[in-house]
Structures are given as C-alpha cells and as structure tokens.
Write a protein that binds this ligand. Structure first.
Ligand code: NDP
Length: 323
C-alpha cells in the first residue's frame, strides 16, 4: 500500500511514483502529522523537473494540514490530537510526515483541514506581496497575472480588500468568471489580446502601480510595459518558464521602474512574522472574508495527474492531494 509519493530522478510528472515511505519517529523539535490534505504548488513542479535542485530521493509537497500523531523532545506548543497546518517543509505528499514544530500553526475551529492546507503557502505569498513587497493602497490600479490560479485568486481578494482596482489576466472564460467572483474589476484574456495594450486603455495611458507576475517568461516584457512611472514589477514566479536576464537600462527607459524577485522564506523571517501572516489569513478564512477555492482534489496516488493538470493550465484555485 503506497504511503507517499517519491521522486528518485528529476523529470516530467511520470517521475512522481507512489511508494511506501516510513517517516520514522519525530526527533527533537519535530512533530509527526497524520496528513489530511497536502497542498500542491507550482514550486513542486520546479523541484520535480530539476529547475530547483533537491536531494534525491525526495518526497515532494511543501504544505499540508492534519492531526498531530506524535511530538518529539522539546515540543511544547502542540500536542497529540491537535489539528495543525504548515508550509515550508518537504514531505507533504504522504499519509504521515515529519514537520519542524516551529513552522506548525494550529487550525482554528470552523476551518477544515482541506481549507487550511489550501490556505497557507499561496496565502502567505499573496499576503506578503500586497502588504510588504509592494503595499497596495486604496484607489491604486494594479495588475494580477493568472488571476484565477491559486495565488491569483487570493491576491485579487486581498488587494480588493485594501481598496485597489484590480485588473486580472486569465486564459479562459471560466477563469474570467472566477477572477471576477474574487473581485477583479477588469479581466483580460491575455491569450487572446495584448494585455499591455488593454492595461494602457484601462488606465488612460498611465499604467499600473504594480504588476504581480507569477507567470514569468511569457509576460515579463509586457508587465514592464504595463507599469506607470516608478511602478514595481513583483516577479514572484515563472509558470510559463524562466525569465531571461533583464538589462537595468530597461527599468530606466520604462520610467524609473522597480524590479524585485521575492520568495516566501524572506518574508517569514521569524515566528512572529509567520504568526502575523498566517493568523490574519486563517482569521479571514474563518470569518468568511477570504474565500478559498479548492479547484482540484486528487487521491495521493494521482499526484502525477495533478501535476499534469497544473502545468497544463487546467486547474483553478488550489490543488490538493488527499491521502
Ligand atoms: P497557479 O494556480 O497560478 O497555476 C499557474 C497558472 O499560470 C496557470 O493556471 C495559468 O493560468 C498560468 N500560466 C500562464 N502561462 C502558463 C504556462 N505556459 N504554463 C502553465 N501555466 C501558465 O499556480 P500557483 O498559484 O501555485 O503559483 C503561481 C505562481 O506563483 C508560480 O509561478 C509559482 O512558482 C509562484 N509562487 C511563488 C512564490 C514565491 O514566494 N515567490 C510562492 C508561491 C507561488 P492561465 O491559464 O489563466 O494563464
């Protein structure tokens, strides 16, 4: 009976193999969790394919939620039976996994394990992007690429809650509907028309204050062209492929632009920052002000299909694996 998904070599989705993996007992500072749901994230595909190197063999999966089954020495903040969620430690594609206790958060009443697993990684990303990388202000117009994706739906909602006018890009009619439901004021089908032109039209020629771009290769040039003078490109991912080098002079010509390439770990520097971001997110989920869309649920053993669908642009919102 497979208990995890393992990769022994990097490659396409076919390298995700169901396997029996015993996580062992929790060591000092660790908890053993019975996984109820594991989050699938785009970064899992980069690790699987070798773009982000990992030590092999490797059990992918950087987030999940479930119930604490055992705690190691020195763990005092959580106990056996507690419902917890985490992001930022591998091994989530499994029925049981070991997690460092210092990245675990309790799941509040009223938030299911599935929703908790669907909130943390993409939620923290959206949270740091709108609050810290480029703090969005009321009345500003901003651009969110892949607005119906996992991060995209959350970014859209968080930016709307701050009073921004959100322009989203998506590839299909169904994704357009979801982006609008999340609050996007304008939605551009960037597979059908030049989004830069559309952004210029929608902003009276001025451009947007910030572009949150997790698409990368196919959008980066257009994103720079969509910015207003002194606007910021927050390039946080590359679902369409790695971005080629950018000449700093390009930022000068575009109007003294700012370019940043942020990552989650740098915006979760200590426990206080983790509790701030996850606390706000889970509270918003619990009170209904932040809606989490689980767009795909797959049995753990179908991780390969989940990756194929994510990379094939067939998913919306969060993708989960259920052991
Ligand atoms: P998504 O759910 O957003 O899935 C990716 C989406 O990208 C697709 O649904 C698709 O939306 C769009 N896309 C555009 N072109 C392509 C292409 N050629 N191939 C595949 N997809 C394409 O994934 P996530 O929410 O998990 O992640 C979004 C991005 O954010 C990723 O790049 C990821 O690496 C990044 N990220 C970065 C973090 C950080 O801290 N830096 C943390 C978390 C995520 P459509 O069909 O509408 O175009």
């Amino acid at each position: 009976m497979p208990t995890a998904i393992r990769i022994q070599r990097t490659g396409g989705p076919e390298v995700l193999e169901p396997a029996e993996v015993d996580p062992g007992e929790p060591g000092p500072g660790q908890v053993l969790v019975d996984v109820a749901a594991a989050g699938v994230n785009y970064i899992d595909t980069y690790q699987r394919s070798g773009i982000y190197p990992v030590d092999l063999p490797y059990v992918p999966g950087l987030e999940g939620a479930g119930t604490v089954a055992a705690v190691g020495a020195g763990v005092t903040d959580v106990s056996v039976g507690d419902r917890v969620a985490w992001q930022g430690s591998p091994g989530g594609y499994a029925a049981r996994t070991l997690v460092p206790a210092d990245i675990v958060v309790r799941v509040p009443h009223g938030v299911s394990d599935e929703v908790a697993a669907a909130t943390l990684l993409q939620g923290v990303t959206a949270h740091y992007l709108v609050n810290s990388t480029y703090p969005v202000r009321a009345g500003e117009t901003i651009l969110v690429h892949a607005a119906a994706g996992g991060v995209g739906l959350l970014l859209t909602q968080l930016a709307k809650a701050k009073g921004a006018r959100v322009i989203g890009t998506v590839s299909t009619e169904e994704k357009e509907r979801l982006a609008r439901e999340a609050g996007a004021d304008e939605v551009i089908r960037y597979t059908e028309r030049d989004f830069t032109e559309a952004v210029r039209e929608l902003t009276g020629g001025e451009g947007v204050a910030v572009v949150y771009d997790g698409v990368g290769k196919s959008t980066v040039e257009g994103s720079l062209d969509s910015l207003r003078v002194r606007g910021m490109l927050a390039l946080f991912g590359a679902s369409s492929g790695p971005v080629p080098p950018i000449d700093p002079q390009r930022l000068n010509a575009g109007g003294s632009l700012f370019l940043t390439r942020p990552k989650t770990g740098d915006y979760l520097r200590d426990r206080a920052e983790l509790e701030w971001r996850t606390g706000e997110l889970l509270a918003a989920v619990a009170d209904g002000s932040l809606r989490i869309r689980v767009g795909g649920r797959y049995p753990l053993t179908e991780a390969r299909q989940a990756h194929e669908d994510l990379e094939g642009r067939r998913t919306t919102g969060k993708v989960l694996l259920l052991p």
